[in-house]
Each structure stands twice: as C-alpha cells, then as structure tokens.
Design a protein around this ligand. Structure first.
Ligand code: FAD
Ligand code: NAG
Ligand code: NAG
Ligand code: NAG
Ligand code: NAG
Ligand code: NAG
Ligand code: NAG
Ligand code: NAG
Ligand code: NAG
Ligand code: NAG
Length: 587
C-alpha cells in the first residue's frame, strides 16, 4: 500500500481473448455437466481448477465475477499496481466507519478479475513462520497443516527465477528452502535503489536488525532481501500461472467470466446437500447449475461469507432480522475477521536525484521488462521482521498472541520513496510498517436479503491495547532504524508523522488517523476441529454439517500468519486440491 500514487497515463491494452476456454457470459457456456464448480477465479480458485483438471475424466467450471486477465497490461506491470485498483478491476469495497480509526472509512481493495487479488497485490512473497502453520495444525488437531507437512505444497507452488535485472542472487536467498519447478515465478528485487547499501549497512550497525539470509525458511526474524512473485519483470499471478494457455486448452477446464454466484442452494429439498449454485449479473439472477461432486467456494475472505449468508447459512438471529430464511445454522460465518494495519512513515532526505519518470519507466518495461516498473511501488527491496523484546512492558498484562518465538510481531519495509513517490518539493525515504499479530477481530456481514448489495466490512483494526502498543513500537523501531549511522548524511528530519509528534499519544493519533488495512483479510470462515462449537469448516475444508460444499481461500485461516497472505492461500489451495482428489479416489 502507499500514500501517494504518482499519476501515470495508463495504456490499457485490450486484446480479445483468443486462447483457451474462457467464456464471456452464461449464454456462451456449453451445456456440460460439471463434476466441480469453483466459485471465484481469484488466487485460490485457479489452483484448485488446474489441479483437478489434471485428471481428464473430471469436468471443472470456474465462475468468476470479473473479466478475463488476458491482455490486461496493468496487471502485468508490477509498477502499475495502484492503477489496477482504479481501472475497473476491483470490487470498490469500503469498510464501515472505524471507531478505532477516527471514524474513517477505509478502502478495502479486492481483485475483480481472473487472478483476484494476486492480479493487483503488492507481490510480497512470504510464507509466515513455522509456528504459524504449527498453530493451524494444533487448533485443527490435524497435523497435515503443520509447517513440515505443508512445505511440499510451498515447493510445488513456487518456481524460483532470476530477477528482472539478471543480477547474481547469491547470498540474497537460501536456495535450500525454495522450489524451482513449481507454478508461480518468484525472484528477489529486480531493480536496485539508492538506499540498498545503507539498509544493509544498518544491519551491521544495529543489533536489533540482524541480516537474515531468507525470511521464508520458517523463522522470519531479521532483515532480508525482498522476494516477490515477479517472473523476469512480469507479475506472476494465479491466472497467468495456473490458467496459462496450456491449461486453458484442456477440454475439461471451463472458465466463465463476468458472472456472479449469488447463492449456493440445497440440491434437493430439505437436505443438507449444497451442490447447486445460482448465477447472475447486473442485479438479476439468471440460471442455476448443479455440480456432480462438489461446489468449491473460493470467493475470498469477504465474498465467501457474503455468499454463505445470503444462502441462509450463518447466524440464525442475524439472518432472521434481514428476512433471509435460515437453511443451516453456523454462527461463525463472517466472524473473527482479522487484518493487519499498515501505515507509511516518511522522512525528508538529502538527495537531489530526480524522481522516476513514469512514462520512461513504462517504456523501458515494455521494451525489455526491466527497470523500476519491475517492482510494485509499495514493495521495498528489503523487509525486516521483528519481535517485541521479551521484557516488553506489554507482556505484564497481555499474553503474546504470536504463534511462537519464531514469529515476528512487526514488519518494516524501507522504501526509496525519493524515487517513485518524490513530490515536486522534496525527496523522501519511507518505512512501510505492518503490525502482524493482531488480537482485534472484526466481521463481514450482510445488510439486506439482496445478494447484489455489497457486504458490510468491519476489520475493527487497532481495537486492543496490545495492538496499538505494538504498532506504536513499530514506529519507534523505524525511528531507531533511520537513526543508525548509515543514514547520517542522508535522512534529514521526520516528515510524517512530523518531528513534534513525540509522545505516545501523538504517535497513536498518527496511527489512528493514517493507518489503513493491509488487505490481508482472513478468518471469516475459519477452520476448526470437527467437534468444535465454533468455526465454519473442518480440517478437510468441508463446511460443517453440509455435504458437497468446501471453502478454499483466505477465509479458512484460523489465525492470520505473521506475514503476507498470498503464499498461505496458494498452500491452502494446493493442499485442498490434494485432499479433494484423495477424497474422491482421483489421485
Ligand atoms: C491491494 C492488496 C495488496 C496485497 N498485497 C499483498 C502482498 O504484497 N503479498 C501477499 O502475500 N498478499 C497480499 N495481499 C493479500 C493477498 O493477495 C490475498 O490474501 C489473496 O490473494 C486472497 O486470495 P483468495 O483466493 O482468498 O481471494 P481473491 O484473490 O480475492 O479471489 C476471490 C475471487 O473470487 C471472485 N468472486 C468474489 N465473489 C464472487 C462471486 N459472488 N461470484 C463469482 N466470483 C466471485 C473475485 O472477483 C476474485 O477473483 C494483498 C491484497 C490486496 C487487495
Ligand atoms: C468499480 O468502479 C469502477 C470505476 O468506477 C468500475 O469500472 C467497476 O466496474 C467497479 N467494480 C465493480 C465490481 O462494480
Ligand atoms: C444494481 O442495483 C444498484 C442498487 O439498486 C444500482 O446502484 C446499480 O446501478 C445496479 N446495477 C446494474 C448493473 O443495474
Ligand atoms: C473466534 O475465534 C476464537 C478462537 O480464536 C473462538 O474461540 C471463537 O469462538 C470464535 N468466534 C466465533 C464467533 O466464531
Ligand atoms: C519522461 O520520459 C519521457 C519519455 O522518455 C520524456 O518524453 C519526458 O520528457 C520525460 N519527462 C521528464 C519530466 O523528464
Ligand atoms: C509496447 O511496445 C509495442 C511495440 O513493441 C507498442 O506497440 C506498444 O504501444 C507499446 N506499449 C507501451 C505501453 O508502451
Ligand atoms: C525470549 O524468550 C524465548 C522463550 O522463552 C526464548 O526462547 C528466547 O531466547 C528469549 N529471547 C531473548 C532475546 O532473550
Ligand atoms: C511540500 O509542499 C507542501 C504543500 O505546499 C507542504 O505541505 C510540505 O511541507 C512541503 N514539503 C517539504 C519537504 O517542504
Ligand atoms: C548531503 O549529502 C552530501 C553528499 O552527497 C554531503 O556532503 C552533505 O553533508 C549532506 N548534507 C547533510 C545535511 O547531511
Ligand atoms: C506539530 O506542529 C504543527 C504545525 O505547527 C501543529 O499543527 C501540530 O498540532 C503539532 N503537533 C503536535 C503533536 O504537537
């Protein structure tokens, strides 16, 4: 995320879809019976559809509300990340006024295109800590979710590549923990910035920021080189990778775009079998389709609970009040929404370097897939993950919500904003900070019985003492970072928050007044043990008490990992496909 998008002229290249089986509307869809219907062609959906159609006996339909990704240049150029969100490829959601954030209404971006959020996110590639996965295994009482046991899916999903500028990556990552033959292209940063050497020098000057060779090895504590889903300068997404032409050409894979799933329906009256989906568009429902085997909900942490609630699957009282007939009571649907607050801290710097010229950067990218636009404007060349010190005063009153001692509480991303974000009258460096282990929980709910109405999104950020304390500590850590000798002749003064914001109260006011959601929404259809009195899915991701319906997306996360969420979503999806094949004896 970022504070100030640079205005660029966007070249929207619309090439009509010539490849594969992407159908533009319901009327174009051939009359085929589908074994599986996947709802949402976002990050998780394409993975599930790709893996299931490896078996030529299975017909799979993916239904995506947004358009095809093919030929959409803004999704391919990492440097145009912010433009994707304002080019019609987003759901345009906002949160309810956040009482903990000065009553501000926050944007809540969600990809509205094949590839979903993977088509417009910041491309940070992070797995979380080993503890995060081991905690999932522990709360689900299913050891197949442990770090050790999901590791093969991380490898299966990942295809480590050379960075855009072809520089030698030796020492910038640990090859022993990466996959080189998987689907998503991943590399270190492909364009050097003028602060890189100072950032690395800081790791030698401050014990608090030790250099770590790779933050994806299970213990992300320290400062490492960035890893991003950028493949030779081009954004690598669930759509470009798992819906590559060779897969779309499979005769058993069908992708329907520009079509919403409004509800899931019982497949026979008075049963708990939900294998039927209702499709629609432009505020009208149009058709129903029934899967022979299963419906897989992969509509994401906001829209999966939205679909369930409109289908009458949720909290009985809440649905009754809205006139939605209750078909299956599951009070946890939409509850426990978790997200991580993010804010940008800015300092003025001693630099006369000209700002990056967006037109020239796009021309360079177009010619050779190199240059500053091989990076998202919000991605930094380095990432520091830190834990609160053991003797932190907050632990006198609060238990540590982190999953274990391999798990960071905070993330700091130093950005050379004197480049892309340089304004006409100053040069800046910034620190993007994310608070990773929130104790606050929010919710996703509905406000009417009309499935075309948008959901009510309440991430409820910074609602606890632990959360604001730790976020404030992240500001202080950032201040110490830029106070290191490495920055002596470079960083001039704080700009945002200003130098006179010195007390804890001043910092809190800045955080509550400026922070946004990182769009790592999760937990709204959480996985729990088979017999738990709460939760929405069992450890095999089947919806509790229902047959024929599974959830495979960020909503099933019982706790948000201490990092970014797309790798965990890929892991969930690869693992789910494996479990589904096993359940139907299709391996
Ligand atoms: C702006 C932004 C920046 C981010 N940055 C990063 C980052 O740098 N690194 C990282 O790891 N993570 C990042 N994330 C988070 C990460 O991208 C998401 O957690 C992840 O991609 C979610 O995957 P998903 O499959 O759960 O949902 P999505 O990717 O949202 O997929 C859901 C899909 O379902 C479709 N859909 C929804 N409702 C319906 C319906 N009713 N009918 C049909 N189709 C429907 C949607 O259009 C979408 O394509 C970011 C997210 C955003 C929004
Ligand atoms: C979001 O807004 C843009 C621009 O106003 C529009 O083109 C797009 O269709 C909207 N997205 C959805 C899902 O309605
Ligand atoms: C759907 O209904 C909403 C609210 O009534 C309206 O704002 C919107 O324009 C309608 N969309 C279409 C495509 O008709
Ligand atoms: C939220 O999650 C916690 C576990 O972290 C659980 O105890 C609680 O019951 C959940 N709440 C709901 C409404 O599902
Ligand atoms: C930016 O680059 C373009 C294309 O190279 C060039 O025409 C333009 O003059 C440059 N703008 C500035 C402000 O340097
Ligand atoms: C990219 O290059 C092609 C020619 O190779 C040209 O037709 C197109 O206009 C260029 N697009 C941009 C965005 O510069
Ligand atoms: C903090 O506590 C944990 C768990 O007790 C321990 O493993 C770790 O070594 C401690 N760290 C420091 C810096 O003392
Ligand atoms: C740049 O200009 C704006 C508006 O004129 C002002 O608020 C800001 O303080 C200036 N920044 C610097 C670094 O001088
Ligand atoms: C600014 O940087 C130059 C070298 O690039 C240095 O000589 C000068 O002392 C610096 N100024 C400040 C205020 O740090
Ligand atoms: C800092 O100074 C500005 C400008 O003088 C003032 O508006 C602001 O209230 C001050 N902030 C604090 C926290 O003192």
């Amino acid at each position: 995320m970022a504070r100030q998008p640079l205005l660029l002229s966007v070249f929207l290249l619309a090439i009509p879809s010539a490849l594969g089986r992407i159908y533009g509307g319901i009327n174009n869809l051939p009359l085929v019976e589908y074994d599986f219907i996947v709802v949402g062609g976002g990050t998780a959906g394409p993975v599930v559809a790709n893996r299931l159609t490896e078996n030529p006996q299975l017909n799979v339909l993916v239904v995506e509300a947004g358009p095809s990704h093919e030929g959409v240049l803004v999704t391919e150029v990492p440097g145009l990340m912010l433009q994707v969100q304002s080019s019609g490829y987003d759901w345009n959601y906002t949160t309810i006024p956040q009482s903990t954030m000065n009553q501000r209404i926050l944007r809540y971006p969600r990809g509205f295109i094949l590839g979903g959020c993977s088509s417009h996110n910041s491309m940070f590639w992070s797995r979380g800590s080993s503890d995060d996965w081991n905690r999932w295994a522990s709360v689900s009482k299913d050891s197949s979710w442990s770090w050790k046991n999901v590791f093969p899916f991380m490898i299966k999903n990942e295809r480590w590549t050379t960075p855009a500028d072809q520089h030698d990556q030796t020492g910038e990552f640990d090859p022993s923990v990466h996959g080189f033959h998987g689907s998503i292209g991943v590399s270190t940063a492909g364009y050097p910035t003028k602060i890189d050497s100072r950032v690395l020098q800081t790791t030698q000057e401050l014990e608090e920021f030790p250099f770590l060779s790779d933050y994806n090895g299970g213990r992300p504590i320290g400062l490492s080189w960035y890893q991003g889903n950028v493949d030779h300068g081009v954004r690598s997404t669930a759509a470009t990778a798992y819906f590559a032409p060779e897969f779309l050409n499979r005769p058993n894979l069908h992708v329907l775009v520009n079509t919403k799933v409004t509800r899931v329906l019982p497949t026979a009256q008075k049963t708990n079998v939900f294998r039927t989906v209702e499709l629609g568009n432009d505020n009208r429902t149009l058709r129903q389709l029934t899967a022979r085997k299963e419906v897989i909900l992969s509509a994401g942490a906001i829209n999966t609970p939205h679909i369930l609630l409109h289908s009458g699957i949720g909290d009985a009282n809440e649905l009754q009040n809205l006139g939605v007939p209750l078909l299956h009571s599951l009070p946890s649907v939409g509850k426990n929404m978790t997200d991580q607050p993010y804010v940008s801290l800015v300092w003025t710097v001693n630099s006369t370097a000209p700002p990056i010229n967006g037109t020239a950067a796009l021309e360079e990218w177009n010619k050779t897939h190199t240059g500053p636009f091989t990076m998202s404007p919000t991605a930094s060349n380095h990432i520091a993950f830190l834990r609160l010190p053991n003797d932190s005063s907050i632990f006198q009153t609060n238990l540590d919500p982190a999953a274990g001692t391999n798990t960071p509480h905070m993330e700091l991303t130093p950005l050379d904003n004197g480049g892309l974000f340089q304004t006409s009258n100053g040069s800046f460096v910034s620190m993007g900070i994310t608070f990773l282990t929130p104790t606050s929980r929010g919710s996703v709910s509905i406000t009417s019985s009309d499935p075309f109405d948008p959901p009510r999104i309440d991430p409820n950020l910074l609602a606890s003492e632990f959360d604001i304390f730790t976020f404030r500590e992240t500001v202080k850590a950032s201040q110490r970072f830029f106070a290191a000798p490495a920055w002596n002749d470079y960083v001039i003064a704080p700009f945002q928050p200003p130098a006179n914001a010195t007390s804890d109260e001043d910092l809190d006011a800045y955080l509550r007044g400026s922070a946004i959601a990182s769009s790592h929404g999760s937990g709204t259809c959480a996985m729990s043990t088979q017999d738990a009195p709460y939760g929405v899915v069992n450890p095999d991701l089947r919806v509790k008490g229902i047959e024929g319906l599974r959830i495979v997306d960020a909503s099933i996360m019982p706790f948000v990992p201490a990092g970014h969420t797309q790798v965990p979503v890929y892991v969930i999806a690869e693992k789910a496909a494996h479990m589904i094949k096993a359940a139907w004896n299709l391996v």
